[in-house]
Design a protein around this ligand. Structure first.
Ligand code: MN
Ligand code: MN
Length: 481
């Protein structure tokens, strides 16, 4: 039976030796690190503000990668060390070949560059009450009421039948018009909104975007004069006819740039931080590498928000093609089992955000196991719902290895999961990577207001995510400079 009585000093010593310290990272950072966290956030905000859609993100990653010395895979030769893939304009991947052979495994970070939004339908344009509107169909998990009565922008392209593409961005330049979905005035909303469940009060078919209001001056009995006026403008500016909208991908997103939040500017606020927070962090981490031991890969996937299906999602075979390309460019022998051996020796981070504890909604969080804002990148062993269903549950061996890497590099991290048991849940690309044989774990910064048009992240968590990804790539003892 334990009978020792511990004095104050011994108590303090025991706590220091045995307890895991949980505290906000900021006070412990050096002045230079604090400055770096803020300058990192500024660079991230430029990316967040200018690459809102998956196409814009893939395009910006590709352009900046070329500036950082990456060679497009179709121009790469045996011996090329920095390779860039851009697939269907919606997926990008970067690799820095290492000094060890690929069969020793690669270090892969997979994020996603799609985000919840409203897509235009294929027959979007119509006129009602002398106003032109666009019909939308939402993409990913949104709370529909977030999208009413706020400035919106239209991003995307229309394909002509001869293969020419027409880029369209409306609502971002300071003198651009913006779009809006009108909400109902409270005076008349008692029955159709206020008395209903939220899920029923805002039907998807009411997410119609106002797009014009000046009727053309035609014959007295002419129909749809506003719609025709809008089509005339679309033709003048973009050379489009109504049928071109069938082969268009036009996405309605919140208008305007990312902003600092808080008087002390602690936070970044902006659209699509799920998952640009991780995409940008992995981009800076991989472009900063010189000659790593293991080959390092950053994957920027599409379609995560709708289940990773489609040939640009994490389930697509683009993933395997990347590895075949790398094996070829590294000049390694390709036996029938080489691909599998490389995959099974590889380690990955599913780079995705998690939910930070929101003090106003403590009831959905479990305070001992959910991520705290300001406590660093969150390592999430499993996602899924109702008893880890559909989760990749990372192995203890892998968790142990990664925590060692991060501790050696001085990374501030926390371990948690998303919400209380049976409260809800979510998934990431982790399980699809794991299906290929890689060891995978989820890790990313906590967000507030995830999947809203204005998500919030702490700058210190964003910065620590980038450092953690870099340490994972370098993957052994040693402090990041
Ligand atoms: Mn995500
Ligand atoms: Mn998401």
């Amino acid at each position: 039976m334990e009978s020792t009585k511990f004095n104050k000093t011994q108590w303090k010593q025991l706590k220091k030796e045995l307890l895991r310290e949980k505290r906000h990272i900021w006070p412990g950072l050096r002045k230079a690190e604090k400055e770096q966290a803020f300058s990192y956030a500024s660079r991230y905000m430029v990316f967040l503000s200018s690459a809102k859609t998956e196409r814009e993100s893939a395009d910006m990653i590709a352009r900046r990668a070329v500036d950082a010395g990456f060679i497009p895979v179709d121009q790469a030769k045996k011996g090329s060390k920095r390779i860039l893939w851009c697939y269907k304009g919606k997926v990008a991947a970067l690799a820095v070949l290492g000094t060890t052979p690929l069969v020793d495994g690669v270090r892969l970070i997979a994020s996603h560059i799609d985000a919840p939004r409203l897509d235009l339908k294929q027959n979007p344009l119509y006129e009602e009450m002398e106003m032109a509107y666009l019909k939308t169909h939402y993409y990913g998990g949104i709370k529909k009421f977030h999208w009413f009565s706020r400035p919106l922008a239209l991003h995307g392209l229309a394909m002509k039948e001869d293969g020419r593409s027409v880029d369209i961005t409306i609502g971002e330049a300071p003198d651009d018009p913006v779009l809006v979905i009108n909400d109902l005035l409270p005076h008349l909303a008692y029955k159709v909104q206020a008395d209903k469940k939220v899920s029923e009060a805002f039907p998807g078919e009411k997410l119609n975007v106002i797009f014009g209001g000046i009727p053309l001056n035609g014959p007295r009995d002419a129909s749809d004069p506003v719609k025709l006026g809008i089509l005339r403008l679309l033709h003048e500016r973009y050379g489009l006819r109504e049928e071109d909208l069938v082969s268009a991908e036009l996405e309605v997103v919140p208008a305007g740039p990312a902003r600092d939040v808080g008087l002390d500017r602690a936070f970044v606020g902006g659209y699509a931080q799920d998952d640009k927070a991780c995409a940008y962090a992995s981009f800076e981490a991989i472009t900063g590498l010189n000659r790593p031991r293991h080959t390092c890969v950053a994957l920027f996937m599409d379609k995560e928000e709708i289940g990773s299906d489609g040939n640009t999602g994490a389930k697509s075979r683009f993933f395997e093609l990347l590895f075949f390309d790398m094996i070829r460019l590294a000049g390694e022998r390709l036996e029938p089992d080489t691909l599998l051996r490389v995959l099974m020796a590889s380690r990955a981070i599913s780079a995705d955000v998690t939910a930070g504890i929101d003090p106003d909604y403590r009831e959905v969080h479990e305070k001992r196991n959910d991520a705290r804002i300001g406590h660093g990148i969150c390592l999430t062993k499993y996602t899924g719902s109702r008893g880890k269903y559909s989760a990749n549950d990372a192995h203890a061996e892998y968790m142990g290895w990664l925590r060692g890497v991060w501790n050696n590099a001085g990374i501030k991290w926390q371990a948690g999961e998303l919400g209380r048991v049976d409260e809800g849940g979510g998934g990431t690309v982790a399980k699809y990577l794991a299906g290929h044989g890689l060891d995978v774990v989820d890790a990313g910064p906590p967000l507030l207001g995830m999947h809203s048009p204005f998500e919030v992240a702490h700058k210190v968590d964003l910065y620590m995510t980038c450092l953690a990804y870099r340490a994972f790539y370098e993957g052994h003892n040693g402090v990041i400079s």
